[in-house]
Write a protein that binds this ligand. Structure first.
Ligand SMILES: *Cc1c(COP(=O)(O)O)cnc(C)c1O
Length: 795
């Protein structure tokens, strides 16, 4: 990778920059500065150093006159930026030393930055990793999304129950963004459409808001390239205000304000169920419409013809949330630029790519035709035309039973559709889009997800990163496959010992944090067994906690049975409206309380569930993990990226053959992966067997005992609290917790045995790191660039 050698300031010069911001930007003296002031001044001094490489990247993009990538995503789960940017700038040591010289502890200042949590989970974090890789690879790109005032809610536990409070990352000035008051577009909703004699449509929206851009630079490795994340905030239309007001239309006068206040206010804390339908649809249109107008403006400003759009523009739809981009691009080309419908459709399709993220039926977006017609009458008319085209070309409808099927719409309007792991892509071809796949056999491609090594190993795990650099030299951070060079060292006493020391240090560091947060003292020599992800039935935290109870029972039955000490760590939020997931959270907390208080077992088994899992917590937990829980019902996890982060940091995986687990297992070797459970094919067959759940429970005395204890209120003070979970398990058990229980329990006991051979465990752990290089999001983005976008690096 070519790199512009960075000229770094001295610590003294950098400290002067910080002091200058403190004084000139914040109007504070060092003596009167709060910790917040210091952090803001530090961030601004860092940000200053992003500006030149950013402008240079823009210049080079215009000069190259090539293709730009536009990544449209309703979510960007970014996390904190100080450390991320500092590391990409190579400024870490300088910044640390400078802050120290000013009497400030760099590490704790950095840890106080609020997480930018503009996403729910994997899908949003993927978008953030992709932005990092696009910049590192030097591919000109914009991320487009919404600048939510409130990101994902904060989770608290009260009596073990999840309580949600509003998150307020913008309560303090967000220093990383540049407000762009000149980048504004009017976005309309509702109203009616007129057609002239030639059939040309004019849409007269009933309400309008302004979308205003806010830009955050996304810095690539060593700042060789910097792209832009442009997030849209809704603002009221003021001139509209006055006209309506003068006509005496006071309600009309305030409508834009009311809509603007709500449109970019909240991120929907749920990617699987229906909530605030109308507002959500408006959000989707709002950011798609603003983004397309912005990229068309840029295209025309560069002097290109609209027919050349596909030569300069690649638009990627992160799931169906931005699927209105198809109809909106056609609308802009036809209604505003006079292009013929057929050509507009061809042009739009040549620009668009669609990434599918789920096969879960409840997560596949559908909007009622009534709502679509009411909110977006012109788009509804275009969708009706696309529906006829699709019926013509493929026999497959986009409109069905009164709803608009957004998956089919996105598929029809994209020239490439991709799944996010090899298994998922096969299932997309065979099940979800089987008919469309027959009509367009070349359209579906696979791009297995990846994670950025800058954040997920280099920044999160300094101990391991130093060891890697000492062993194989620099360069691996932007060329992760080079981790393979560790392999000859794995198994040598000196390397394995150093690897074990780094892991032990990370576990001690996490134990300190857990002690501070929860007051609980953990044993860093116990196995740290971690399941961190959104709480969902398909991810099967329930299976994990039931196995925890079974293990507790067995230890109590035979306290001197030579058990391997374990700490089970959970992290994750449930969507506020997802009753079963919230019940599972409470059960985990109830079990934790009982188990942790048991004097017989407490040195052998602990259950920890820190509140408010987010990117920053993930960065703490992942380097300290021994065992990574990736135990979803086979066929349900499209890819997973948590599985990659954990394995990359030297955790062994216990997992099903699901999502990217399949490929992780291929890379690390089957002998270094703890496989259990039904396969995707077997899951389908098992589910149709009547009474399968009851039969599985009756056949497993161990599981039956656990369910009996929960039913008797052993973990809930005698109260029958978990009728919903128990009823579900005995009855339908759609996610096959009961079917997989015994094989999960058995593999866990094999894992106990394996962990006792510490030298062998360490060797296998080190092999994970050595063999996970393929899972860099740099590899994923290179794949998109080649197979979908036709985009090139300008480095
Ligand atoms: C990586 C990540 C996820 C995705 O985890 P999965 O295990 O793949 O579901 C979710 N949330 C955060 C904060 C993450 O960093």
């Amino acid at each position: 990778m070519p790199k512009d050698t960075l000229t770094l300031p001295t610590a003294t010069a950098f400290a002067d920059d910080v002091l200058s911001h403190l004084r000139v930007t914040l109007a504070k003296r060092a003596s009167g500065a709060t910790r917040h002031d210091w952090r803001v001044a530090l961030s601004l001094a860092i940000r200053d150093r992003v500006v030149e490489p950013w402008l240079a990247s823009v210049d080079r993009t215009y000069a190259a006159n090539g293709k730009r990538v536009y990544y449209l995503s309703l979510e960007f789960l970014i996390g904190r930026l100080i450390e991320d940017v500092t590391i990409n700038l190579g400024l870490e040591d300088v910044a640390r030393e400078a802050m120290e010289s000013l009497g400030q502890d760099y590490q704790s200042l950095v840890a106080e930055e609020p997480d930018a949590a503009l996403g729910n989970g994997g899908l949003g974090r993927l978008a953030a990793c992709f932005m990092d890789s696009l910049s590192t690879l030097g591919i000109p790109a914009h991320g487009y999304g919404i600048r939510y005032e409130h990101g994902l809610f904060e989770q608290h536990f009260k009596g073990g129950v999840q309580i949600e409070t509003a998150e307020a990352w913008l309560a303090e000035h967000h220093v990383w963004e540049f407000e762009r008051p000149e980048v504004r577009y009017d976005i309309g909703f509702g109203g009616h459409v007129d057609y002239d004699a030639e059939g040309r449509a004019t849409w007269h929206p009933a309400e309008e808001v302004i979308a205003q851009g806010y830009d955050t630079p996304t810095v690539g490795w060593q700042a060789a390239w910097v792209n832009t994340l442009r997030l849209w905030a809704a603002k009221p239309i003021v001139h509209f205000d006055l006209e309506a007001f003068n006509r005496g239309d006071f309600i009309g006068a305030t409508a834009s304000e009311a809509l603007a206040r709500t449109l970019s206010r909240v991120l929907y804390p749920d990617d699987t169920t229906e909530q605030g339908r109308t507002l959500r649809l408006k959000q989707e249109y709002f950011f798609v419409a603003a983004s397309l107008r912005d990229l068309l403006r840029r295209h025309l400003f560069e002097g290109h013809a609209l027919s050349e759009l596909p030569d300069h523009v690649a638009i990627q739809l992160n799931d169906t949330h931005p699927a209105l981009a198809g109809p909106e691009l056609i609308r802009l080309l036809v209604d505003e630029h006079g292009m013929a419908f057929a050509e507009a459709m061809r042009t739009a399709r040549a620009c668009l790519g669609y990434t599918n993220h789920t096969l879960l039926p409840e997560a596949l977006e559908r909007w009622s035709e009534g709502l679509m017609k009411q909110v977006l009458p012109r788009h509804y008319a275009i969708i009706c035309l696309l529906n006829m085209e699709s019926l013509d070309e493929t026999g497959i409808a986009i409109l069905e039973n009164g709803s608009v099927k957004m998956g089919e719409l996105a598929f029809f309007m994209a020239h490439k559709v991709n799944g996010v792991s090899a298994l998922h892509t096969e299932l997309v071809k065979e099940t979800l889009f089987a008919d469309l796949h027959r009509s367009y056999p070349d359209r579906i491609v696979n791009q297995t997800n990846g994670v950025t090594p800058r954040r997920w190993i280099h920044s999160a795990n300094p101990a391991l990163s130093s060891l890697i650099t000492e062993t194989i030299g620099e360069g691996w951070v932007s060329d992760l496959e080079r981790l393979r060079e560790l392999e000859p060292h794995v198994g040598t006493a000196s390397f394995d010992e150093a690897f074990a020391v780094a892991k032990r240090a990370n576990k001690a560091r996490l134990s300190d944090w857990v002690a501070r947060e929860t007051g609980m003292a953990l044993d860093p020599d116990a196995m740290f067994d971690i399941q961190i992800k959104r709480i969902h039935e398909y991810k099967r935290q329930l299976l994990n906690i039931l196995e925890t109870v079974a293990l507790w029972n067995e230890i109590r039955d035979d306290p001197n049975g030579g058990w391997t000490p374990r700490v089970k760590i959970f992290g994750g939020k449930a969507a506020p409206g997802y009753v079963m997931a919230k019940s599972i959270i409470r059960l985990i907390n109830d079990v934790a309380e009982t188990v942790n208080a048991d004097p017989v077992t407490r040195h052998l088994l602990r259950v920890v569930y820190p509140e408010n899992y987010n990117v920053s917590m993930a960065e703490r937990l992942i380097p300290a993990c021994d065992l990574s829980e990736q135990i979803s019902t086979a066929g349900k996890e499209a890819s997973g990226t948590g599985n990659m982060k954990l394995s990359l940091n030297g955790a062994l995986t216990v997992g099903t053959l699901d999502g990217a687990n399949v490929e992780i297992r291929e890379h690390v070797g089957a002998e270094n992966f703890f496989l259990f459970g039904l396969t995707a094919d077997e899951v389908g067959a098992r589910r149709t067997r009547p009474g399968h759940a009851r039969a599985a429970i009756e056949a497993s005395p161990r599981l039956k005992r656990v369910l009996g204890q929960i039913a008797n209120g052993l973990f809930s003070g005698g109260e029958a609290r978990y009728g919903d979970i128990l009823g579900m398990l005995w009855d339908t058990d759609y996610f096959l917790v009961t079917a997989d229980f015994d094989s999960y329990y058995d593999i866990q006991r094999q894992i106990d045995v394996a962990y006792r051979d510490r030298a062998e465990w360490t060797r296998k752990a080190a092999l994970q790191t050595a063999r996970m290089g393929w899972f860099s999001s740099d590899r994923t983005i290179a794949g998109y660039a080649k197979d979908i976008w036709g985009a090139k690096s300008l480095l």
